[in-house]
Design a protein around this ligand. Structure first.
Ligand code: BES
Ligand code: ZN
Ligand code: ZN
Length: 506
């Protein structure tokens, strides 16, 4: 979708969007259109009993005396105070409305309407919302021509291409263009995460995932891929055990973006990248198992975040580590009852091979803190079904050993709409994974499943300020929202980009 920004002027052709504020008040350009069409717009609003509230739209086709195909009046008044995320939702809803009417070349006249203002950051956020909404995952929906499928090699190609361009008019186009440049990088990072999570597991196995991560080199990210052999040398048997039943090799990808001062300690993000989770020998039931192609949502987010930070040249030193493995049942697979030694030296009795996310993260977290001594580590993982039971799909579970970090993540969640809810940790829960024959077992029993999983991870962070986001409910199978209609949400990219921007780029 082509997006341009220019100064306010009267739109002459195609489809135009104008804004209406409280009491259906129009701005100067919109009023001009109303006057030129003998009051068609005000009459239409009256006839439809239109109330110009945020998220409400009214479409007028072929307005009299104008060459425009249609005018869409978008309401922007609201009783709530509008934060930037509201404007993203506004823009997403507007994009949905434009797509529904199959509008092509669209001019958006984003001017103040009566007492309702749309300032430059709000304009940029609205367009960002529209961009996020424009995402589709349709690379396997090529048209069948002559019995052969027409291949579409590009990602994010919207076959219906509706609308194909947005010409945005606003008061300060140069200012908006500058703000939007960063949001463009962020938006493409979100698309990277969504693409990775949507991709089926026969296409996206660990090596293919690593190959896609390597593409970040184009943006100036340093990318290393550790092979099974290298991981063996490091003693990562918790991670390696998970991939033993798969014909695909496991790997660990390390991404580095050095946009901050040389002396600044890095911050680190670590992602669970189980490209498919059958449960292993502790096989999952069949229903819904296909969803487990998204069990790399944590790694998808970390990769999308690194893309976003590099694309907008964030002034911070950032490490992204993703632990990639496929959890399959096989003669070579690890068994319930096996004992493995992790890189940290701690031993683990595997009582359920389906609790594999904590195993790959155990080695990834230990490696990250040991090698990079980061200011903090945040890991993301589609870790437990229990977090869906506790929080549903609108909050990720937040577990942390650090109140300041927790508060910062919580605040970023409110700013972006990617919300988190803090859950408890404590020695009573930690005890639940003590084990008779090893240092710990990988399951805690029937109760508090998300907490015992987090306690397990905490045993591998070595007192570094750390937070774990359980995104099993928020990364995939997403409820329809104004800014996303796809199965994958890209959850976490906007949240953590905000965290970095708010606190770690000074
Ligand atoms: N990948 C799953 C968790 C999951 C469930 C993610 C639903 C997304 C949607 C994880 O590896 C898993 O299987 N966890 C088990 C842990 C149990 C065996 C202790 C679970 O949640 O049932
Ligand atoms: Zn599992
Ligand atoms: Zn899993």
């Amino acid at each position: 979708m082509k997006i341009t920004f220019s100064a306010l002027s009267i739109p002459k052709k195609g489809s135009a969007v104008i804004l209406a504020g409280k009491d259906n008040k129009l701005g100067i350009i919109a009023q001009g259109l109303d006057d030129s069409s003998d009051g068609a717009l005000t009459r239409a609003m009256k006839a439809a009993k239109f109330k110009a509230e945020q998220g409400k739209f009214l479409e007028i086709l072929a307005p009299a005396h104008l060459k425009l195909d249609r005018i869409i009046i978008a309401g922007i008044s609201s009783d709530d105070e509008l934060n930037l995320h509201h404007w993203e939702r506004f823009g997403g809803g507007l994009y949905g409305r434009l797509a529904a009417s199959k509008s092509q070349a669209v001019t958006l006249v984003l001017e103040n309407a009566g007492d309702d203002e749309i300032l430059s950051p709000a304009v940029a956020r609205a367009i960002h919302g529209a961009f996020l909404r424009s995402y589709t995952f349709d690379r396997y929906k090529g048209e069948i021509k002559g019995g052969k499928k027409k291949k579409d090699k590009n990602h994010n190609v919207n076959n219906s291409k509706s609308p194909d361009s947005l010409a945005v008019q606003c008061e300060k186009p140069a200012v908006v263009r500058k703000i939007y440049a960063d949001l463009d990088g962020l938006g493409s990072g979100v698309f990277v995460a969504r693409d990775l999570v949507n991709e089926p597991a026969n296409i996206l196995y660990p090596a293919e995932f690593a190959a896609r991560a390597k593409k970040l080199a184009k943006l100036g990210v340093k990318v290393e891929v550790l092979s099974e052999k290298q991981m063996e040398k490091l003693g990562m048997h918790a991670l390696l055990g998970v991939g033993m039943g798969s014909v695909r090799d496991s790997s660990l990808v390390v991404m580095q973006w050095n946009g901050g001062p040389k002396t600044q300690k890095p911050i680190a993000f670590v992602g669970k990248g189980v490209t498919f989770d059958t449960g292993g020998i502790s096989l999952k039931p069949g229903a819904g198992m296909g969803d487990m192609k998204g069990d790399m949502g944590g790694a998808g987010c970390v990769t999308g975040l690194m893309h976003a930070l590099a694309a907008r040249k964030a002034k911070a030193n950032v490490i992204g580590v993703i632990a990639l493995a496929e959890n399959m049942p096989d003669a070579a697979a690890q068994r319930p009852g096996d004992v493995v030694t992790s890189m940290s030296g701690q031993t683990i009795e595997i009582l359920n091979t389906d609790a594999e996310g904590r195993l790959v993260l155990a080695d990834a977290l230990w490696y990250t803190q040991k090698r990079f001594k980061p200011q903090f580590m945040i890991n993301l993982a589609t870790l437990t079904g229990a977090i869906l039971v506790a929080l549903g799909q609108n909050h990720a579970g937040l577990f942390s050993n650090n109140d300041e970090l927790s508060q910062r993540i919580t605040d970023a969640g409110l700013t972006t709409g990617e919300k988190v809810w803090r859950m408890p940790l404590g020695p009573e829960y930690d005890k639940m994974i003590d084990c008779d024959i090893a240092n710990m077992k990988n399951i805690g029993g029937r109760y508090a499943g998300s907490i015992t999983a987090a306690q397990f991870l905490q045993r591998f962070v070595n007192d570094v300020p750390w937070a774990h986001l359980d995104i099993a409910g928020t990364a995939m199978n997403s409820p329809k929202s104004e800014i996303n209609r796809s199965w994958a949400s890209g959850y976490g990219v906007r949240l953590l980009n905000q965290l970095v921007a708010d606190h770690y780029e000074k």
